[in-house]
Write a protein that binds this ligand. Sequence first.
Ligand code: ZN
Length: 139
Amino acid sequence: MPAVPATLRLTCPRCRTLRMFVAINNVATFRCAACEWYYTLSAVAPTGTSNAALAAGGTAIGVASGGASFTNGMILLLDTGILTEVVTVNGSATGTSIPVTAAVRAHSSGMTFGQMAIAPRDSGIGVGGVVIPNPGWGY
Ligand SMILES: [Zn+2]
């Protein structure tokens, strides 16, 4: 198991600004470094599996088919565990190639990925079972 946890830079749904998210279980649970809420990241449709390696710094995900489902500006969650990272589609994908912002980590062929979803891990229950009200600006 790697010694350094994965971190991601994401816009926190609670802070509403770019924050560091630290992987706390090397799987899919991340904690906002500012508000310290836990979030679960997941890949939702469209999803895919690469058919070529994506090197660190690489800017295209190769797929056997279905690449065109990934549209410009879509945020993608790549891979699993310590290799998890987030990239953004930054051009027009073809059936077999998806242009993305440069990957930070190297990913093997067969990597799973999909559109990223982020959800609070907890339901808002505080100390003693008190329900923490949503902030005034909504949540
Ligand atoms: Zn936050």
